[in-house]
Design a protein around this ligand. Sequence first.
Ligand code: ADP
Ligand code: MG
Length: 226
Amino acid sequence: YNNELQRSEKMEIISQLAASVAHEVRNPLQVTRGFLQLLFERSSQEKEKSYLDLSINELDRASAIITDFLTFAKPQSDNNGALDIGEELDKIVGILIPLANLQGGEITLKAGRKMLVRGNSSKFKQCIINIIKNSVEALNGEGKIDVFAQIEEDMVRIQIRDNGEGMSANELEKLGEPYFSKKTKGTGLGLMVSFRIIESMQGKIHYSSVKGKGTEVNIQFPILKE
Ligand code: ADP
Ligand code: MG
């Protein structure tokens, strides 16, 4: 029999299982957080308050890990197909605009239509959201994030630019390494997930950044001919 097929069937089962677990675990985390918050607000004891604060932070960490991995995971199988990059980016940017506005930033999108690549819509969304969310988190007021997509020869090229805090050469080197994070509430797992998804789609990603100026991300996928 075909070993490769067996492996991909196993992966499919694992990812469906993970999606159900993510779904089931999110609600109790939120409920528990709500009650801890209530206790925190009622407490007047410093020590008790610090324990409750710690517990809430740990719950937030658990939620952040689920968010980085499984925001769009679906319990039923959803396979690779033709993705219209423009359409997908439209949806992704729509989801992230409120988050950016909350940080005092804005996102623009310029993308054509009928730029098809092969991939899985939920995974692609997870991949790009993790990247743009980092841009949003790098903004410090009045920030701007611009997303472009266009066809270049036999590739679809996506470009994400922000005028956020930027990175040093040293930080750039560590991108995608599990647990590399400079944020107090970071997981350091977001880009690892994104890089893996891009690899699985036969794509390429490249970061360039200037500390204090901003960051530019270039992603390329082989175009899918109709
Ligand atoms: P997390 O966001 O949880 O820290 P990521 O894997 O998503 O983990 O990102 C790793 C680190 O890379 C971030 O902590 C940040 O320091 C850096 N980074 C990624 N994208 C950007 C960006 N657009 N601007 C500045 N720093 C970034
Ligand atoms: Mg991140």
